[in-house]
Each structure stands twice: as structure tokens, then as C-alpha cells.
Design a protein around this ligand. Structure first.
Ligand SMILES: [Cu+2]
Length: 267
């Protein structure tokens, strides 16, 4: 009798242990806006291909993405709508078994200065998180030697404003940004950091290496030292005050302020 009780207790304990310790961390999603060049020096580089996708950048998987709500560029102090330039694009990342819908725009940079490309996607329903996801995504392209405007605030719902110039970064540089939600600094909030593992040549020694996590300080500022050459994405996550109905139920909306920067090694 006693033994049976003990057996049951062990079974219950084992079950609880399994439930509690099953990994709950889903892959990190990132809105992505990746231009063919982040520093345009000459006319021959000025026709940019800008790829827009929603993906797991390290693990090489993409999601089907609806046409973004808004795509544009901010330069010379003004925002220009580029949504009509968007074309669908079949994207197969290295771990995708079949292509997924992504977007692409061709844009020619005509004048010197910083160009901030920004994208607001349609809410993406993620069953695994029982939540919608909206990643307001930015990338900055510098043109023809004029460094002016990269630290401008566009007034997005949530936004990372770089404190470090977001181009011409060496591998190993510390990158800093301030996270804002509704125009106010967002203290002690989580920023996920991920490497765009384009070729799939890189692998993580253990799962926590895939998505790096830092938090903002009391002023909404985060810092990250970039360990490898290539594109790096920063996604500052929070929950929107609005909900969106899904199958007759209001569901939370994860909003992300995403910024992509490129680091390079010494030549
Ligand atoms: Cu996903």
C-alpha cells in the first residue's frame, strides 16, 4: 500500500516536472527590411533592392507575409510613401521546405543623406503565442557621404531610435538605441537580438544562443556588442493597449520596434 502511494507520488512529480520544464520558448519572430546596400557611395550602387519579410532570421524560416500596411522612406526631413512599389516575392530561406510570400521594392537613392526605410505590417496571427504580432521595422541607408538624419524619430507606434550611428559599424562595436512606445522611452523592456544567418552556415551551440536578450535601462536605452559581421536585428517587444478579435475573442497584440544594422570586419 505504502509503495503504491510512493509510486503514484513519483509519477505525479515526474508529470509535473515534465509539464514545467518542457521548453516554452517559441522561435523569435522578426520583421525584416534588408536593403542591398546600407552605404551607397556611387551612382552604380544607388538602385536598391529592399527585401521585406517576416521570419526567424537565425533559423532560416520565413512566414507568409501579407502586403504591409505601410512602407516608406524618410529623408531630407520628410516621409515618402512607397507602399505602391511593393511587389510579392517568393522567398525560400535555408530551412524553409517551400517558398513563402515576402515583399520587395526597388528604390533609387537620388540625393545625399540618410534614408530611413520603415515598414508597418498587417497584424500576423501567431497561434503558438495566442497573439497577434505587429513589428514596426526600420533600416537606415546612408547615401553619398552625407551623414544626416539617422537619429530622426519617425513617430511610429513603437520605435528604436539609434544612439549609435547605425552604419559603418565594425564587428565588435557596441550598439545602443532608445526604445520608445507612443513616443515615450520604454524602461526595463526586453529587446531580442538576432543574427541574419542568411546562408545557414552558422549554428548555435545551445538554444539560448539563437536569440540574444538584453533589457533597456530606466531611460529606455539598450546596449549590445555585435559579435559577428553581417546583419543584426533588434526587436523591442511590448504589448499594445488594443486587442484584435480572433474567432470572436479579443486577443493581445505584441508590438515590436525592430531595427536592422550591418556590421563589417576590418579589411
Ligand atoms: Cu513563426
Amino acid at each position: 500500500m505504502k509503495n503504491t502511494t510512493l509510486l503514484w507520488k513519483s509519477l505525479v512529480a515526474l508529470t509535473l516536472f515534465t509539464i514545467v520544464f518542457v521548453p516554452i520558448k517559441a522561435y523569435a519572430h522578426f520583421g525584416m527590411v534588408i536593403p542591398s546596400e546600407d552605404i551607397v557611395e556611387k551612382q552604380s550602387q544607388s538602385s536598391l533592392t529592399v527585401n521585406i519579410m517576416f521570419a526567424h532570421p537565425f533559423e532560416g524560416q520565413s512566414m507568409n507575409m501579407e502586403k504591409p500596411e505601410l512602407f516608406g522612406v524618410f529623408s531630407e526631413g520628410r516621409k515618402k510613401q512607397l507602399t505602391p512599389l511593393l511587389k510579392t516575392h517568393n522567398l525560400t530561406m535555408y530551412a524553409d521546405s517551400s517558398p513563402n510570400r515576402a515583399w520587395r521594392a526597388y528604390y533609387t537613392v537620388k540625393h545625399p543623406g540618410d534614408h530611413i526605410f520603415f515598414m508597418e505590417p498587417k497584424p500576423y496571427w501567431e497561434p503558438a503565442e495566442d497573439s497577434y504580432i505587429v513589428h514596426y521595422t526600420k533600416v537606415i541607408v546612408n547615401a553619398f557621404g552625407k551623414e544626416d538624419g539617422w537619429d530622426s524619430e519617425l513617430g511610429l507606434k513603437t520605435e528604436i531610435i539609434p544612439l549609435t550611428r547605425p552604419y559603418g559599424l565594425y564587428t565588435g562595436n557596441v550598439f545602443q538605441g532608445i526604445v520608445k512606445v507612443d513616443g515615450k522611452p520604454s524602461p526595463f523592456s526586453e529587446v531580442e537580438v538576432e543574427y541574419f544567418n542568411q546562408s545557414g552556415e552558422n549554428s548555435a551551440p545551445k538554444p539560448p544562443f539563437i536569440t540574444q536578450v538584453v533589457k533597456t535601462d530606466k531611460n529606455g536605452v539598450f546596449s549590445y556588442a555585435i559579435p559577428k559581421t553581417g546583419w543584426w536585428g533588434f526587436a523591442a517587444l511590448s504589448t499594445d493597449s488594443r486587442t484584435i478579435m480572433h474567432d470572436g475573442e479579443p486577443k493581445p497584440v505584441e508590438i515590436g520596434a525592430v531595427l536592422w544594422v550591418k556590421a563589417e570586419d576590418f579589411k
